[in-house]
Ligand binder design. Structure first.
Ligand code: ATP
Ligand code: FE
Length: 351
């Protein structure tokens, strides 16, 4: 029977029904408008909205799948990491359903949901390399099993999506910044401004993006001081230069992560990418080239399953339950929950 997934860790209230690799329904209700005036997600507003919306979102998903709770086999819910009020709203909803129906329940790590998505969409076999690149996260993971991840490196400050959003704000472009910066880059000259390639000179897979955003801010201020304002072409060139720098850093670090992963990867190597920034055309193309050059398969799930959704939570819950994990009604909501607990299996399941 299908598994019901619930997701509410950031600013999307989502519910989905998944059976095997089949997505029967996936409903995502964003809160973008509620937070628009504040220039970022306001945790208290998000929590309240999740608490008010989740029941209806679950009902809608059941309706789209043409079933009611009696047809469901289990409940999977994001129990962290994320904004704690929102995570709590999801966990309480799941507990209510589990307590009322007697269905088994599993708490799922949100990042594991993203990281396991290529198995849902493309049936990738373990182990594969995963680049998670979104508004809140940026890391390379070797995905060895539903509860076994090795982190190879990640950002030491901002996530790339956050940097795209800040650059858009600096240049007066609309939010979310990723798509508007990519569009503005189209007729820009990426070589006009010399932006840094942070941490490229250092070994390993760690990255940094906050200095890049500051470099754009400085360049903007210099242009404004010089010309009294920004021309359309200036914006295009700033965007193109910034986007090229992000692309170069991610591509080079992906090359290194792929080499580390392939050293001990049996079978056919594969690199997957997920998160909102994976929508970026030039970045996707560069990562595809990196994979091709190394002889690895490249996998980028469709955008609706790359960004926050509940299908990935239902699917991850299904995989975890298949390997023996269950949560009790004492399941805790966790604001922080790293995927990689060293050599030990992932912390927290079964509680
Ligand atoms: P998380 O899922 O890590 O909690 P999030 O909800 O902000 O964070 P997503 O919804 O996966 O992440 O992605 C949103 C981010 O992706 C935003 O920062 C947005 O600017 C960025 N983004 C979207 N499209 C593009 C694009 N074409 N190029 C670059 N960045 C993009
Ligand atoms: Fe996410």
């Amino acid at each position: 029977r299908p598994i019901l997934g619930i997701e509410s860790s950031c600013d999307d209230s989502a519910a989905a029904l998944v059976r095997g690799r089949e997505v029967l329904a996936s409903v995502v209700v964003g809160q973008g408008r509620l937070h628009a005036a504040f220039g970022g997600v306001v945790p208290e507003i998000a929590a309240r909205a999740h608490a008010e919306t989740l029941d209806a979102v679950v009902r809608r998903a059941l309706g789209e799948a043409g079933m009611d709770l009696r047809g469901v086999g289990a409940v999977a819910v994001t129990s962290g990491p994320g904004l704690i009020g929102g995570v709590l709203a999801g966990v309480m909803t799941a507990k209510g359903i589990a307590a009322g129906t007697g269905l088994p329940m599993i708490g799922v790590n949100h990042l594991a949901g993203h990281a396991l998505t290529p198995r849902l969409t493309d049936g990738l076999a373990f182990p594969y390399l995963m680049l998670l690149v979104s508004g809140g996260h940026c890391q390379f993971l070797i995905v060895r099993g539903p509860d076994a991840f090795t982190r190879l490196g990640g950002t030491i400050d901002d996530a790339p999506g956050e940097a795209f959003d800040k650059v858009a704000r600096i240049l007066g472009l609309p939010q979310p910044g990723g798509p508007s910066v990519e569009a503005a880059s189209a007729d820009g000259d990426p070589a006009r401004f010399a932006f840094p390639r942070p941490l490229l000179d250092r070994p390993g897979c760690d990255m940094s993006f906050s200095g890049l955003k500051t470099a754009v801010l400085r360049q903007r201020d210099a242009l404004v001081a010089e010309q009294g304002g920004l021309w359309r072409q200036d914006r295009a060139d700033l965007c193109a230069g910034f986007q090229r720098a992000v692309r170069d850093v991610l591509a080079e670090k992906a090359r290194r992560a792929l080499a580390i992963y392939m050293e001990d990867a049996p079978g056919e190597p594969a690199m997957a990418v997920a998160g909102g920034v994976a929508a970026n055309g030039p970045l996707r193309a560069a990562l595809q080239d990196v994979a091709a050059a190394a002889g690895a398969r490249f996998c980028a799930p469709p955008l609706a399953l790359c960004t926050d959704n509940a299908a990935m939570i239902a699917f991850a819950g299904q995989e975890l339950m298949a390997s023996g994990h269950r949560s009790g009604l004492d399941l805790a909501a966790r604001p922080r929950w790293p995927l990689d607990a060293g050599a030990a299996p992932m912390l927290g399941y079964g509680r």
